[in-house]
Design a protein around this ligand. Structure first.
Ligand SMILES: C[S@@+](CC[C@H](N)C(=O)[O-])C[C@H]1O[C@@H](n2cnc3c(N)ncnc32)[C@H](O)[C@@H]1O
Length: 352
């Protein structure tokens, strides 16, 4: 993958002097933190050489991982490469200033090469025929997934910004898979309400949000909307995101509304799970423990981290990867006999 500079290239290249990288992925955050820790250690004469060496080795490994994944992942198609380059070289600030987009869109929110190929693989493995994407941006994820769909597959991409349809469509038209994509401009909720004619058969529903994956307030709204489509087609899988806070009262932080809303998500899941199973729609939820996201490392929450860790039998926070297999399982036919279930993934924290 040649167009995107690797993290080490960004740090080392004079040509990128005006590009200030903001750590975004978990691995980029780790590299950033390790770089700061190593720099601090190197400049301090009292830090043992052994510790400096360990930090350098950890940094070397961490900074190579994203690059390794990029290299080892199946190459993207020519239209995807073009879409990526067009997105990265576009002046998004300017189009916003000209009033062409409602919001100032950060190009970093694009789905990347590795993520795109992973989505394509999941679509292909699950033999999905229909995909509903909420938040298309410039269509990198949409086209990646369309490449994994069969010839008669359909991907409906909801995108708030009409400008993005104009942006993506010419490249969709160049791809043999572009005909599977239908872009619906406007708020996704309006599209869902209006989409009475979404074809039957299995549908994957993907949200484009960054942190887990903001669903908490969407759930009450999206369950009925997605449910209507699935009930009509006679099959579907809804996976809500609840929380360990649906079972215990996490402490010492005070979060009444969060805990109450998560308990509500579980009851909503159980109720819809029983009311809709006879019409083919399974409703389950996952309850993650404390997930290792950038939010956890914010200055406000940092002091609580040690305390939380001592409450977790597994001795560590949950990684996003700890949740992925559960989501794949609940989305697949393997879990067809499961409904209204709250799948708890918290390293044992709710048991102590
Ligand atoms: C993180 S980006 C999505 C990235 C995209 N999936 C990709 O493959 O590159 C989020 C997108 O959601 C869009 N969006 C935000 N709110 C929306 C809404 N209510 N309905 C539809 N799209 C929305 C934004 O305009 C933005 O383009």
């Amino acid at each position: 993958f040649q167009t995107r500079p690797s993290w080490s290239e960004i740090y080392n290249s004079a040509a990128t002097i005006f590009f200030i990288p903001v750590p975004d992925t978990p691995m980029e955050v780790i590299v950033d933190l390790l770089t700061k820790a190593k720099d601090k250690a190197v400049s301090c004469s009292t830090v043992p050489e052994e510790l400096k060496g360990h930090l350098q080795k950890a940094l070397d490994i961490a900074s190579g991982l994203d690059e390794y994944l990029e290299k080892m992942t199946t190459q993207e198609s020519e239209p995807l490469r073009e879409l990526y380059e067009k997105t990265m070289s576009h002046d998004w600030d300017q189009v916003h200033k000209e009033g062409k987009t409602i919001f100032q869109l950060p190009k970093e929110c694009i789905t990347g090469h590795v993520e795109g190929q992973t989505l394509k693989m999941l679509i292909h493995m699950s033999q999905a025929k229909r995909v509903l994407e909420i938040g298309m941006f410039t269509g990198y994820g949409a086209l990646s997934m369309a490449e994994g769909l069969p010839d008669d597959g359909l991907l409906i991409a909801c995108e708030l910004e009409p400008y993005l349809k104009e942006f993506a469509q010419p490249i969709f038209d160049k791809s043999p898979h572009g005909k599977k994509i239908v872009v619906k401009s406007g708020p996704a909720m309006d599209t869902l309400k209006a989409s009475k004619n979404i074809p039957r058969e299995k549908m994957w529903v993907l949200g484009g949000a960054g942190n887990i994956e903001e669903w908490k307030c969407m759930c009450y709204l999206s369950c009925p909307a997605a449910g209507r489509v699935m009930l009509r087609q006679g099959y579907g899988k809804i996976i809500n995101t609840a929380s360990m806070a649906s079972l215990i009262v996490p402490h010492p932080q005070k979060q009444l509304s969060y805990n109450a809303s998560k308990a509500g998500v579980v009851k909503l899941t159980q109720t819809l799970g029983t009311e809709w199973i006879d019409r083919g729609v399974r409703v389950n939820c996952i309850s993650p423990g404390i997930v290792d996201t950038p939010l956890i490392h914010s200055e406000d929450l940092k002091p609580l981290l040690q305390r939380w860790l001592s409450d977790i039998p597994a001795g560590r926070l949950a990684q996003v990867t700890d949740l992925q297999a559960a989501v794949v399982y609940l989305a697949s036919e393997a879990s067809d006999y499961m409904t209204g279930h709250n799948l708890v993934i918290e390293g044992g924290q709710s048991l102590w």
